[in-house]
Design a protein. Structure first.
Length: 292
């Protein structure tokens, strides 16, 4: 049985269908990702599951039953901000929120888990972006939830803070909690998620583990050369695609491709070999880049 399941979940706004009869199931203890470009319907989906937005149609089941008080007690939601943070210290915010719940996590290990020990007495309003996200994460964990929802948790963070946050999510997963996140970063999805649903225009266009999805959709790797390495005639001959400032040749056999390039005396000094990513998958499925 899935810990959480949605069936034919649908949300319409006027004539626009933001989420179009999608179904998926999430086993306990996994990191489940909703991946897709802006406007795909990720936030609407997650907000319907959280109970913030009312679906137009479809079912949401928690442990096999419609969501009830138990669901409310056992989930944690990471919000983008809380107004209280402007007036209180980190420790005060945590204690205040802890007081709102019957079921609650022990604060000392929670502060340690979220690396907030050095900031307990600091004004929450004075935290950096990464520290602030860690406090919001700690607040989502304050009722010791079984499932935690994170909506675009690393948007706006610098690369180092993003990586630190990913490690933190791994630690939360190691405690057996289910993590449900939305993201439009394919590297984030690839690093964190056990299972993915890729959405576009309100529909699911692919689902599975990142590894299985890539294996299923790609037999090739990409042989990449700088833009000046091929002229247009050669590019057509090698069926090379222009991607940013590179030529990209999809190759089922790197040896054969390299031999052919050498036979045609193509300069190989800029050569790079790249395995397909979820960005490539999205491009293949929709004809557009995940991030535009
Ligand atoms: N309250 C609303 N009223 C009308 N349309 C809405 C409303 N909320 C969302 N939409 C529309 O529904 C679609 C899906 O939006 P949603 O925010 O779920 O996408 P998303 O995948 O989370 O995108 P992003 O990554 O930009 O947050 C978009 O076209 C959006 O404009």
């Amino acid at each position: 049985m899935y810990q959480l399941e949605v069936r034919n979940l649908t949300k319409r706004y006027a004539r626009h269908t933001a989420v179009d009869a999608i179904s998926f199931g999430i086993p306990a203890g996994q990191c489940f990702g909703l991946l897709g470009p802006n406007g795909a319907g990720k936030t609407t989906t997650i907000e319907m599951i959280e109970g913030i937005t009312q679906p137009c149609a479809g079912d949401i089941l928690y442990k096999g039953k419609p969501r009830d008080r138990q669901f409310k007690n056992e989930v944690g939601i990471q919000f983008q901000s809380t107004a209280l943070m402007d007036y209180l210290s980190v420790g005060e915010v945590l204690r205040l929120f802890a007081g709102l719940y019957k079921r609650r996590a022990d604060l000392t290990p929670l502060i340690e888990l979220c690396h907030l020990g050095d900031f307990v007495d600091r004004d929450a309003a004075k935290l950096s972006g990464g520290q602030r996200q860690r406090l919001l994460l700690a607040l989502a964990l304050i009722n010791d939830p079984e499932i935690i929802f994170l909506d675009e948790p690393t948007t706006g963070l610098d690369p180092q803070s993003r990586r630190n946050f990913w490690r933190l999510i791994d630690d939360i997963k190691a405690q057996g909690k289910t993590v449900i996140l939305t993201t439009h970063y394919m590297d984030e999805a690839q690093f964190l998620c056990d299972q993915l649903v890729i959405m576009d225009k309100g529909k699911i266009i692919a689902e599975g583990s990142p590894e299985a999805l890539l294996k299923h959709h790609f037999e090739q790797v990409f042989v990449c050369l700088e833009a000046g390495a091929l002229d247009d005639v050669q590019a057509e001959q090698f069926q090379a695609d222009r991607s940013r400032d590179q030529w990209q040749i999809a190759s089922a056999s790197v040896e054969t491709t390299l031999q052919t390039l050498m036979t045609h005396q193509i300069p190989l000094t800029s050569l790079q070999i790249r395995t397909p990513t979820l960005d490539d998958l999205f491009l293949k499925l929709t004809g557009s880049q995940l991030r535009d």
